[in-house]
Design a protein around this ligand. Structure first.
Ligand code: HEM
Length: 359
């Protein structure tokens, strides 16, 4: 049986998007015995996953997805090493910068953990959570790693775009002030922060190729035959980088979402044309945690920016400025991560010492 396995390479989202631009918004790929249908337009996703949701909402066990991600799910590092990586934000040794992934993972784990067990943990390697993670499998990863990966990407994007941070800081100064941190109830009054979060999901979300759907009966769409037992992939990356849908898609530009006042959850259940992005999937298997995710991201991003200015701590380039963090290179898995990078979280002194600093 013909197989496209070797053609797909290490960056399936890019290969699928390249093929979509030449073959069209729906085409099939053969991976060993498994047929994959790749969807790369808002319209087709809306027509199939949403409107024909009854057919397109199963999941496939086994091969399809493992092959696609090459089994590179999130791998644990030894306790001590990781524990030290979580810590730098609270230690004084932040001058050289640090990679915030482990800090965000720890925070996301604690939120889930407080909700499920009413307890906190000191480390992402606590045996209790390891056991729970093994039992829950992908579900736990979807709850913990998606949030932390989103924040890890967004931190890098913000470090690369200080002008976006200044606008966010101005909004927080104006709406929240210096004496308290942002709350969920501030949501409607901080549109720029909300736009940053939406742009983060579009530009560098935690998942690039969705969580595969599957179909267990034959279907026809616009003259295409979709055979039973195909895995159906929502190529989020391809849609998010489609210049017909988003002007200058390679630019990190929260302003494009300022007109979107609805939550991603509300927009995901409406017409596909009006959706902000496809970061939470589509149809009946849309992310179950979407409401919680949006709240966590709102609090995470607004409080991070209320407390800190994020500085790129990469080595300096020829122009004397830190070399921009490369957001094009990813580490593949169910959730995708940027390569290691370094940032500094610089305290917004006027918030911490309002008496000593003039704003
Ligand atoms: C930024 C954060 C998150 C992102 C980007 C995200 C993204 C996704 C995506 C793309 C899917 C697949 C949707 C589809 O099949 O069309 C999904 C499914 C799922 N997510 Fe999330 N998710 C996030 C946070 C969370 C959280 C916080 C939870 C739990 C509290 C969660 C629980 C789930 C579950 C249980 C599913 C499986 C739904 C099903 O198969 O029916 N997710 N998520």
């Amino acid at each position: 049986m013909p197989s496209h396995f070797f053609q797909i390479g290490d960056e399936p989202h890019k290969k699928f998007t390249e093929w979509a631009r030449s073959l069209g918004d729906i085409y099939s790929v053969q991976l060993g015995q498994q047929n994959l249908i790749i969807l790369t337009s808002d319209k087709i996703v809306g027509e199939l996953l949403q409107k024909r949701g009854a057919k397109y909402s199963t999941r496939m066990n086994g091969s399809g997805f493992e092959i696609l991600t090459r089994g590179k799910g999130y791998a644990a590092s030894p306790y001590n090493e990781r524990y030290r990586k979580i810590n730098p934000i609270t230690s004084a040794k932040t001058k050289d910068g640090f990679y915030p992934k482990y800090f965000f993972q720890h925070t996301a784990l604690n939120i889930i953990s407080l909700l499920c067990f009413n307890k906190r943990t000191d480390s992402v390697d606590d045996p209790f959570y390891r056991e729970f993670e093994n039992l829950m499998g992908t579900r736990f990863e979807l709850a913990k790693d998606t949030i932390s990966a989103s924040l890890t990407w967004l931190t890098a994007a913000l470090a690369n775009n200080p002008h976006v941070q200044s606008k966010a800081h101005q909004e927080l100064d104006r709406v929240i002030g210096q004496s308290r941190m942002p709350e969920v109830s501030d949501e409607q009054n901080i549109p720029y922060i909300r736009a940053i979060i939406k742009e983060g999901q579009r530009y560098c979300g935690a998942i690039y190729l969705g969580v595969p759907h599957a179909i267990d009966e034959d279907d026809e769409y616009n003259g295409y035959h979709i055979p039973a037992n195909s895995v159906v992939i929502l190529n989020q990356y391809g849609i998010h980088m489609d210049e017909k849908r988003y002007e200058n898609p390679k630019e990190f530009k929260p302003e494009r979402f300022l007109g979107f006042t609805g939550s991603s959850a509300a927009l995901a259940n409406g017409n596909y044309e009006n959706r902000d992005h496809f970061g939470f999937g589509a149809g009946r298997r849309l992310c179950t945690g979407i409401h919680m995710a949006e709240r966590e991201l709102l609090l995470g991003v607004s409080r991070l920016l209320w407390c800190f200015k994020i500085e790129n701590a990469s080595p300096l380039g020829k122009d004397g400025k830190p070399i921009p963090i490369n957001l094009d290179k990813i580490r593949n898995g169910l959730t995708v991560w940027p390569e290691d990078y370094k940032v500094r979280f610089v305290k917004m002194l006027k918030r911490f010492y309002p008496d000593r600093v003039k704003s």
